[in-house]
Ligand binder design. Structure first.
Ligand SMILES: *Cc1c(COP(=O)(O)O)cnc(C)c1O
Length: 401
């Protein structure tokens, strides 16, 4: 091993190569240090790990199944397995991280939680974890998103959370993140910020990855049992990057296993029409970290578009940026149209309506299959269920409900 190269990433300063780090106001550094130390202790603390495992089992319903997709396998002449995060309580993978960080907040003796949310999925997961653990919960959400996702706003309120509308900027997710960071700077003594994806300042990308790695650990054991060998490909959609890194990470040292991420190709190649950071973005600093960012020549962060709110973000977790540069992972784009076709395909052929986010992984299965030999084993992460998206799909397709 080359001298000075860290055995594990991120390195001590929270970097994955040139990506990651901490680009935050000075006042937050002590809080980030405190979380880093508490998390390092929790990682070694058997009682903490048992509490986390028990809640994942008894509250979330883990382990989630690995389902063989018989008709999809026939269609593509590959062996296709689905990791069923859609079967978690609250309907997606986000609850894994929300509970992990909720437990950490208890350890930090912080009674108040803040979170940001776009479509409301992370807000609902956080409100759920807070109700479970007896923590006070404030969720920041753009007012435009609140209008589009009214049922999720009501869900959070049913769970006892306070939803705070954000009226700055475009009234969407990035503005909600800015407000949450501002709140955190002011209330850092009493408050833990539960970030919703594997991004932001160190240690969040590492910590969220670790909490979500339960997905890949289960999948690895399940596929070895079912097929007697490792898979050829892991495929997942990539918004901030948490469900994908959660699936990929436990296979990091299995060099024969290819990682493929599906980014939101939206409705076109022009900046503003998609959220494909790797084909349209460049190196930059955004919301606490260095990574690929969709920005113009002046470094102004651009608006994004995707049919799925969960993939609609201008940057991407730093570990993905590093894996992309080092070619450990590949990232393909999936347009709105192909994602919708993917949703229909999985619904009709396997009896599972996936979230629009997860549909981006199904949407590029033909392209992924073409990169492999006949009979290859492909695991696709179904990050969430599609119930939340039914009305949006109908609207998109001009169907009146
Ligand atoms: C939020 C969300 C995503 C995208 O977030 P990642 O951090 O990239 O996983 C994907 N799928 C579902 C169902 C989501 O709710």
């Amino acid at each position: 091993m080359a001298q000075g190269r860290p055995k594990q990433l991120p390195d001590a300063s929270g970097r994955f190569g040139r990506y990651g780090g901490r680009y935050v106001p000075e006042t937050l550094i002590p809080a980030l240090d405190e979380i880093t130390a508490a998390y390092a202790a929790a990682k070694k603390d058997k009682a903490f790990q048992k509490q986390f495992r028990d809640l994942l089992k008894d509250f979330v319903g883990r382990p989630t199944p690995l389902t063989f997709a018989a008709r999809l396998s026939d269609k593509y002449k590959r062996r296709i397995w689905l990791k069923r995060e859609d079967l978690n309580h609250t309907g997606a993978h986000k609850i894994n991280n929300a509970i992990g960080q909720g437990l950490l907040a208890l350890k930090l003796k912080k009674q108040r939680i803040i979170a940001e949310t776009g479509a409301g999925q992370h807000g609902v997961a956080t409100a759920t974890a807070c109700a479970l653990l007896g923590l006070k919960c404030h969720v920041y959400m753009g007012t435009e998103d609140m209008r589009r996702q009214a049922p999720n706003v009501f869900r959070m309120r049913l769970l006892g959370a306070e939803v705070i509308g954000v009226n700055s900027g475009t009234h969407t997710l990035k503005d909600a993140v800015n407000e949450a960071l501002r709140d955190w700077v002011t209330n850092v003594e009493s408050t833990h910020y539960i970030l919703g994806s594997a991004l932001g300042p160190h240690p969040f990308p590492m910590m969220v990855r670790d909490f979500q790695s339960v997905i890949g650990r289960e999948a690895r054991a399940q596929i070895l049992k079912a097929e007697g060998r490792l898979p050829d490909v892991l495929l997942a959609c990539v918004g901030g990057g948490s469900n994908s890194i959660g699936l990929f990470h436990p296979f990091m040292k299995d060099k024969s296993v290819r990682f493929i991420g599906a980014e939101a190709g939206g409705r076109g190649n022009a900046l503003g029409e998609h959220a494909a950071r790797f084909s349209g973005g460049s190196f930059g600093v955004f919301q606490g970290m260095a990574s690929y960012v969709l920005q113009n020549e002046d470094g102004q962060v651009m608006g994004t578009h995707s049919v799925s709110a969960g993939l609609d973000y201008a940057s991407i977790g730093p570990e993905h940026a590093w894996m992309r540069d080092t070619k450990r992972a590949e990232y393909l784009r999936c347009s709105d149209e192909r994602a919708l076709a993917g949703l229909h395909l999985l619904a009709e052929s396997e009896g599972i309506i996936p979230a629009l986010e997860s549909s981006h992984a199904i949407g590029i299965l033909d392209e992924v299959a073409a990169k492999t030999r006949k009979g290859a084993i492909i695991i696709v992460n179904i990050s969430g269920r599609g119930d939340k998206d039914v009305a949006e799909v109908a609207r998109f397709e001009g169907v009146k409900l």
